[in-house]
Ligand binder design. Structure first.
Ligand code: SF4
Length: 262
């Protein structure tokens, strides 16, 4: 791959034209091939970021088979359900892979809590975004500042804000690094077929009607007929079901908003 040096970050960033060509090539490739390509290409400058949801566990299982030395990390917002903490430990045991855990900045958290209380998210959309920013987005930004590429479990079928996700794109929200979405063209059935066929560990909340799992106070099980992400920030109406970590990928030469904010 021909690379150019990004003046702001001094990172090696592949040119957009090359990323677009790779996106076309990757469209027909299996997730394992894209995962292998990523860690062959970027080594320790790439990492898989997961909240250990069903798609993330599929990628973790594939990653373990393809390159068990690959970096894996998660963001502990401090408000995760106990079932998610349990899964982190079960995943460590099953795969014998270190899962790096990153936390919010203590000072940022204290300032928010002193000013807005411990549960500000129920009071307004802007306070919900503030909480997501401090507990999720900022810790992620700090990790990705050291990376040239990251892998996510995004799928086009998850929501309208994710409908145009490419298997490889440039992530303008994180300094133009490469973002890989190996399951972009998968759906929930494929994910659960893989989990059952490969006996992949999964979050116990899925057996209680949850279909998307984030922080405990902001996630509930869905009701019949609701879409997959309806249980996230369920009290909000008409707002994108996004937290802000999947913003502004460059897909077709133009910066776009994947979801204004989660
Ligand atoms: Fe805060 Fe809820 Fe966002 Fe978690 S999901 S960071 S608790 S607003």
């Amino acid at each position: 791959m021909v690379q150019t040096k990004d003046a702001r970050t001094s990172k090696l960033i592949p040119p957009l034209e090359e990323v677009k060509a790779l996106a076309a090539q990757f469209e027909g490739k299996a997730p394992e091939d894209i995962i292998r390509w990523t860690f062959d290409r970027f080594g320790g400058r790439a990492a898989f970021c997961t909240s250990l949801q069903s798609g993330g566990m599929v990628i973790l299982d594939m990653l373990h088979k393809v390159d068990p030395s690959a970096r894996v990390f998660t963001i502990d917002t401090g408000r995760l359900p106990q079932e998610t903490y349990d899964l982190i430990d079960r995943a460590r045991e099953r795969y014998d892979m270190p899962i790096e855990v990153y936390s919010p900045d203590h000072q940022e958290l204290s300032t928010m809590v002193e000013k807005h209380g411990v549960n500000p998210f129920y009071r307004s959309y802007s306070l919900r975004l503030l909480c997501c920013e401090i507990r999720k987005v900022n810790p992620l930004n700090r990790v990705l500042a050291e990376m040239d590429a990251w892998v996510t479990g995004l799928m086009r079928t998850q929501s309208s804000t994710r409908a145009n996700v490419q298997k490889i794109e440039l992530d303008d929200a994180h300094g133009g690094i490469v973002k890989l979405n190996p399951l972009a063209d998968w759906d929930s059935k494929q994910v659960w077929d893989y989990i059952r066929e490969n006996d992949v560990p999964y979050n116990a909340l899925y057996d209680k009607g949850y279909t998307s799992i984030g922080c405990a106070p902001c996630t509930r099980a869905i009701r019949p007929g609701e879409d997959e992400r309806a249980g996230r920030w369920w009290w909000e109406r008409g707002m994108p079901k996004e937290c802000g970590i999947h913003l502004s990928p460059r897909r077709n030469g133009n910066a776009t908003k994947a979801g204004a904010k989660e």
